[in-house]
Design a protein around this ligand. Structure first.
Ligand SMILES: [Zn+2]
Length: 415
C-alpha cells in the first residue's frame, strides 16, 4: 500500500484527502450477499488502515467486514469518548469507477460544463448559488464524484490530523470509524458498538453547510400477497377470483394525499413500490414511512383495512402481509440532550446557522442510535449525491472540519 508519510498526511489538507480517496474505486453493490458487498471496498479499508498506522493511532482494527476503527487517545482525563464516522463505499447505481476529480477554482456563479457532458447550473442546482467564489469539486461528468461519503472520510481523517498537529486543542478520546456498505444499508448493522466505546458519535454524511440531522423516518417494508383463484377465462363466471383485479383496487385505494409524490417535510407516506404476478396470485411491495409511531400505526391500519375490504368483496380471496424490513427514527434513541445541543453549538460557534430538518430516509446513524450509540448526522459540504453532477465545496468541507474540532472541544469541556 502506497501511503504518504506522516508529515504529508498531517499537512496535505482536507481537499487533497478527498481528491486521493475519490480516485480509489469502492462502490458497494446491492447484489452482494456479504459485507463488504464488493472486494473493491477493501482498497479503501486498507488505505485508511495504513494511514491511521502512519499517524500513530491506537487500537487500529479492520474486522472481517472491512469495518475500520481506531482510537486517538484524549488529553483531558475523564472526558467522554466521542466517535467520528463516515462510510467509504460509494453509490452503486451511478458509474463510480475511475473517478477523475476536477477543481473549479473560484466558482463564478454561472454554469459549469463538465468535460463528459453534464452541466451544473444554479437553476437546476440552487445550492450552487451559495458557493459563489468557492472552489467547487466535481467529477469529469462520466461518473459520480464520491463525495458521498469520501468528503466525510476526508473530514474525519483531517480532524485527526489537526488534533495531532495541535496538541493544545483539548479533547477526550476520539473513536474513529470508517464503514462499508452504507448505500446498501448493511454495513453498520455489523458495527460493534460496545467495543467502540463512545458516549456519542457523529456521522459526517450530510450535505449543505450547517446541517445537523437527528430525526429520520420510521420505515416498514411490506410484502403483500393477494391470492385469488384462476380458471379458464371462457368458463370463469362464478369461478375466477382475479388477483390482478384485486391488487389494482388495492393500489388505487391508497389515499392520494399519502403517497411519496404528494408528501413533503414531516408527512409520511404509503408507497406501492412494485407489483408482480398474475390472476392466481399477485405480490405488491409496499413501503410505509412516517416520523411518529402513531403515524406509522395509522398507515398500517389503512393497509389492513383495504385488504380486509378486498376479502369481503371477493369471498374466497386471501391476503397476507409480511414485514420484510425497515428501520426506526433515531430521535427517540438519542436521549442525552447534549448529543444534539453540542453539535448545534459547535456549528453556531463556527459562524454558521444550523439547519435541522427531518431526513426522509434512513442513515447509518439511525441504525447505530437504535443499537445504543446516539449518532446524529452532520453536513459534509457535498451536494447532488448519487449523480454525475455531484459536487463538493472546498470551503464547506473546511467548515465541516472546523465544526468537528469545535465539537470535540465542547465535549471535552462537559462536566
Ligand atoms: Zn452517504
Amino acid at each position: 500500500m502506497n501511503t504518504l508519510s506522516r508529515d504529508q498526511l498531517l499537512n496535505e489538507g482536507v481537499v487533497a484527502k478527498l481528491l486521493r480517496y475519490v480516485q480509489v474505486d469502492s462502490p458497494s453493490s446491492s447484489e452482494g450477499k456479504e459485507v463488504p458487498s464488493t472486494p473493491e471496498q477493501w482498497n479503501m479499508a486498507r488505505l485508511l488502515e495504513a494511514e491511521l498506522k502512519e499517524l500513530g493511532l491506537q487500537n487500529i482494527k479492520v474486522d472481517e467486514h472491512a469495518i475500520v476503527t481506531a482510537t486517538l487517545p484524549g488529553n483531558v482525563p475523564g472526558a467522554p469518548a466521542i466517535g467520528l464516522l463516515a462510510h467509504f463505499d460509494t453509490y452503486p447505481g451511478t458509474p463510480g469507477h475511475g473517478v477523475k476529480p476536477i477543481i473549479h477554482k473560484g466558482y463564478n456563479g454561472g454554469e459549469i460544463k463538465l468535460p463528459a457532458g453534464p452541466t451544473l447550473s444554479p437553476v437546476s442546482h440552487p445550492a450552487l448559488a451559495q458557493v459563489v467564489g468557492h472552489d467547487v469539486i466535481t467529477s469529469d461528468g462520466s461518473t459520480l464524484l464520491g463525495a458521498d461519503d469520501k468528503a466525510g472520510v476526508a473530514e474525519v481523517m483531517e480532524t485527526i490530523c489537526r488534533l495531532l498537529r495541535d496538541p493544545a486543542i483539548q479533547h477526550g478520546a476520539i473513536q474513529v470509524g470508517f464503514t462499508p456498505d452504507e448505500e446498501t444499508g448493511k454495513g453498520v448493522a455489523l458495527f460493534d458498538v460496545k467495543s467502540f466505546g463512545a458516549t456519542a458519535a457523529y456521522t459526517f454524511d450530510g450535505s449543505v453547510l450547517g446541517e445537523v440531522e437527528n430525526e429520520n423516518f420510521n420505515a416498514k417494508n411490506l410484502k403483500i400477497t393477494i391470492t385469488g383463484r384462476n380458471s379458464h377465462t371462457g368458463t370463469a363466471k362464478g369461478a375466477m377470483i382475479n388477483a390482478v383485479q384485486m391488487a389494482g383496487e388495492f393500489v388505487t385505494a391508497i389515499p392520494a394525499n399519502m403517497r411519496p409524490e404528494t408528501t413533503v417535510g414531516y408527512e409520511g407516506f404509503i408507497h406501492a413500490d412494485s407489483i408482480s404476478g398474475g390472476a392466481e396470485q399477485v405480490v405488491v411491495k409496499v413501503l410505509l414511512r412516517d416520523f411518529t409511531d402513531d403515524g406509522m400505526a395509522q398507515k398500517q391500519a389503512i393497509v389492513d383495512d383495504l385488504l380486509k375490504g378486498i376479502e369481503l368483496r371477493y369471498p374466497g380471496a386471501k391476503t397476507q402481509v409480511e414485514v420484510t424490513g425497515g428501520y426506526q427514527n433515531m430521535k427517540a434513541f438519542i436521549k442525552d440532550p447534549r448529543v444534539v445541543d453540542l453539535a448545534m453549538q459547535a456549528v453556531r460557534e463556527c459562524g454558521v446557522e444550523p439547519i435541522s430538518k427531518p431526513i426522509r430516509g434512513g442513515t447509518d446513524g439511525a441504525r447505530l442510535s437504535v443499537m445504543g450509540l446516539p449518532t446524529p448526522n452532520l453536513f459534509t459540504g457535498g451536494v447532488n449525491y448519487h449523480s454525475r453532477t455531484e459536487w463538493a465545496s472546498a470551503q464547506w468541507m473546511e467548515k465541516a472540519v472546523e465544526v468537528s474540532l469545535r465539537l470535540v472541544g465542547l465535549w471535552a469541556a462537559v462536566k
